[in-house]
Design a protein around this ligand. Sequence first.
Ligand code: SF4
Length: 283
Amino acid sequence: MRSAYGVNPLDRGSDNTRQEKRTFIFLLVLTCVALVTVAVTLWLVPYIGFSNIYDKLPLIMAIVFGAIVLYMIGGALTLVFTVIRGRNLFFNRRIRGVVIRFLFPLLLVMGKLVGIGKDRVRRAFIAVNNELVLAEAKRVSPEKLLLLLPQCLQYHECPVRITGNVENCKECGRCKIKDLLGLSHKYHVEISVATGGTLARKIVVEKRPDIIIAVACERDLTSGIQDTHPVPVYGILNHRPNGPCYDTDVDIERVEKGLKVFLGDEEESTEEPGSGDLRRAAS
Ligand code: SF4
């Protein structure tokens, strides 16, 4: 399946999404060059010493490092292919794990070295994560889909306590919680509001979803994607017209498209996730 978020199935063809993917691929290429340089250096430096131990050791080490380099380049090319084409590759899930656990920290370092800010790298990471989630996604039943929201979406003067139970919302319409609650009723999906990463993790452990559509800022989405792995998280960036963590906003249409994609809305398509029609429905 393919679509998605802040970067999303839903606006995957937009200029922002393309820019985020380009940032990711640029950093990925730089990281590969750096890692290959390190691998070659590690082989070259002891090269002369190896021959004193065993005359074929330099050749063996060249094969070992060559295999590592080929593996890295193969993985990078596969990732680039998946990001660009959105194709469901059989080892996609493993690649998502590698991106989340190993590649993202390296890209942050590489971004810092070349002057690309953390939030831009995070947006690129979220965009690529979404592509990988879409590429591997299966349809899920509504009770296995969790819509996870940040509390900053709630109007700052609202007296209602919605953490713990979003149903407490009086649906006055002063913030998007009303619309998001409406979506959860319409599609019969779980909805929760978290005040931070600790509560978000607790909610995920309790609800045990098969997939999460999460709304948050760059930092919280990135940490959420990492913390909940291997549960796939499709991230949608919130809007912050009043500054961070205060009366934030979200594109409801994008959230609904995400729900339709992962639930395999029958009105949208009767094909399996991953099919071209479903992707088009999401975009
Ligand atoms: S929509 Fe719900 S959460 Fe938002 S201000 Fe009204 S009662 Fe509060």
